[in-house]
Design a protein around this ligand. Structure first.
Ligand code: G6P
Length: 612
């Protein structure tokens, strides 16, 4: 995710800014940049790629000055490039902005500003902020008022640092739903999105709250509410944190942090994309192919690993709610299968977190050879798959560092649900059904939070089952892919044998293995296949197999059969995978962690698989 650092004091800003950016590297980014004021002019340097590249540039052309702002960017709007890297500027090069978050209404604002004569030089949403501030300064406002007036026009989220020629010795900081902290003294201020960039210099921190604006200069700081001018009194906290713990947000591993981020991930993937009253999904990335998509008669979903499991859930969603025949294929098989594709009526949708997986990319190429429309559901902006596909939807899940995918899986399910709404409403899906799905999607973050509250219980369960060497994961319909995903999570990080099975297949082979030393994790919410699942559980029970059940809150029946029950809130059947997978992720995490394994970097595996 993007990172922000600002410096104002008596030392050379570039050193502290660079040090801060380096400390934010763990968050993942694709470009970096800084602006420093040297007493007479502003100097900006940007690079695509690593902070080390920026450091190299700086060693060649030193930028002196004791005030500046810096940024590491993780692309959301516009590909990773020097041009799209922050700081962004206005027409005259007199306003400088670094921004974390998304300006949701940037298109409308940009159009308006362009009509007024503003010239844009990047594809980012952030740049509109610089032009808005420019506009209000030109209208006679001082810097603070110009920033406040601009922020009133912005919809979305932000952590912002702004400098401008009109008052060059100040940094303005503002926040809405994206963190920003001010490190205070001695004789200097370090402002950053993450304490890890500050704590090397001071442990005295002020946390900006939503809709607060800080004006910082050599004399001190003044914080006021976005909607007022009076001061807001803020407490300075002393923070004594261990640096590595900070990078992981206080969690022991990135994987656990990413599991806990999932409520926010769902909100980020949904942001600006649901038109609730009309039961519609607004997917900007599909605008250009909207008409072509109306004639589609078959969907081919192609992916690898966890993304493949998301596709299997998508198949159920798209067939049941959009009424479009859908096939799913693992990418490594797709092109060797000689797929029969009709350019008139087929679409290939590839799903990939990294956007670089070799097999998935090969499937895109195969589809293009055959002139078939290709769409990508990709997390990394500007990645090869995002560029090679005709159109697509980004996950907006932020960087995922743990090799075992968790939060991106959930975001893939969210995007597939949005796509189902989008394609379904183009066809026979009613407004009422669309509205119902939209309404339930909005509740998912809260539901996931309820499941995360059971973390301690799941950790204990992982301990209790720690001695077992084989596990079955079972489910039907929407939750059959969740069984596959739960089993994959366990095996990839704990190296214990686990197998995902469609519960209906139990009697066709796997049942032969059931005995007291082979526990089954059964995903059994109260859905259309509930009774069938209960029967399968009885079959396991009758053979002394232990059962951990994932069940709907309030289901007391299941507790009579299962040895352990983890409850998930009731939601629409098509959305249950977004909930059911969470306890399975936690179980796998604790199981592996209790064995002392390297959860974030499992042996033999890679985050991005760029070879066949
Ligand atoms: C690797 C990763 C998995 C991921 C799979 C597909 O195996 O370890 O977490 O699901 O690749 O990667 P993609 O980037 O295409 O989603």
């Amino acid at each position: 995710m993007c990172g922000i650092v600002g410096y104002l004091g008596k030392n050379q800003a570039q050193n502290i800014l660079l040090d801060g950016l380096k400390r934010l590297e763990y968050r993942g980014y694709d470009s970096a940049g800084l602006t420093v004021y040297n007493g007479s002019e502003f100097k900006t340097l940007k690079v695509k790629g690593k902070v080390a590249e920026l450091a190299k540039l700086l060693s060649q052309q030193k930028i002196s000055g004791t005030i500046g702002i810096a940024h590491t960017r993780w692309a959301t709007h516009g590909e990773p490039s020097e041009r799209n890297a922050h700081p962004h500027s206005d027409c005259q090069g007199e306003v400088f902005v670094v921004h974390n978050g998304i300006v949701e209404n940037y298109k409308a604002l940009k159009q308006e500003l362009e009509k007024e004569g503003h010239k844009f030089s990047s594809e980012t949403d952030t740049e509109v902020i610089a032009h808005l501030v420019e506009k209000f300064i030109a209208a006679g406002l001082n810097l603070e008022s110009a920033v406040k007036k601009s922020l009133h026009l912005i919809k979305g989220t932000y952590a912002l640092l702004i400098m401008a020629k009109i008052e060059p010795d100040k940094i303005i900081a503002a926040r809405l739903s994206s963190p920003l902290r001010i490190g205070v003294g001695p004789d200097q201020f370090i402002i950053a999105s993450d304490p890890s960039a500050i704590l090397n210099y001071t442990q005295q921190l002020i946390t900006l709250d939503d809709k607060e604006v800080a004006v910082i200069d050599q004399q001190g700081y003044h914080i006021s509410a976005l909607d007022g001018n009076g001061s807001v009194d803020k407490e300075i906290e002393k923070i004594e944190w261990d640096m590595t713990a900070i990078e992981k947000g206080g969690f022991d591993h990135f994987m656990l942090k990413e599991i806990f981020e999932q409520p926010e991930t769902v909100s980020n993937s949904l942001r600006g994309r649901l038109i609730d009253q009309q039961g519609l999904a607004a997917l900007g990335g599909l605008k250009e192919v909207e008409t072509e998509l109306r004639r589609i008669k078959r969907i081919n979903l192609v992916a690898c690993g966890t993304a493949y499991h998301a596709c299997l859930v998508g198949e159920y969603m798209l067939e049941e709610y959009a009424g479009i025949p859908t096939e799913v294929c693992v990418a490594s098989e797709f092109r060797y299968r000689k797929p029969i594709l009709d350019p008139q009526t087929d679409v290939i949708i590839v799903v990939s977190q990294s956007g670089e997986t070799a097999d998935t990319l090969a499937a895109v190429k195969e589809a293009k050879e055959k002139d078939v429309l290709t769409l990508g559901i990709v997390n990394v902006i500007g990645s090869t798959i995002a560029r090679e596909t005709d159109a697509g939807v980004y996950n907006h899940a932020g960087p995922e560092i743990g090799v075992a995918s968790t939060k991106v899986f959930i975001s893939q399910l969210v995007v597939l649900a949005l796509l189902t709404l989008f394609l379904g409403r183009q066809r026979q899906m009613s407004l009422v059904t669309g509205g119902r799905i939209a309404e339930e999607l909005r509740k998912i973050p809260g539901y996931i939070n309820q499941i995360l509250e059971q973390n301690e219980k799941i950790s204990q369960m992982a301990k209790d089952y720690g001695q077992f060497k084989d596990f079955f994961y079972l489910g039907r319909k929407y939750n059959f892919p969740v069984a596959l995903e739960g089993a994959l999570k366990l095996k990839e990080i704990s190296y214990v044998h686990s197998e995902g099975i469609a519960a209906g297949e139990l009697k066709h082979g796997p049942l032969a293995m059931i005995e007291k030393d082979l526990p089954s994790v059964f995903i059994c919410p109260q859905d259309s296949v509930y009774d069938k699942n209960l029967s399968n559980m009885e079959e396991i029970k009758a053979r002394q197999g232990k059962i951990i059940a994932i069940a709907t809150s309030g289901d007391t029946e299941i507790a009579k059969i299962a040895d352990e029950v983890i409850y998930i809130p009731k939601t629409l059947e098509m959305l249950t995978p977004m909930l059911a997978v969470v306890p399975l992720q936690l179980f796998a995490y604790h199981f592996a962690n209790q064995r002392g394994l390297d959860v974030d970097k499992p042996r033999n595996l890679a985050k991005s698989v760029t070879v066949e």
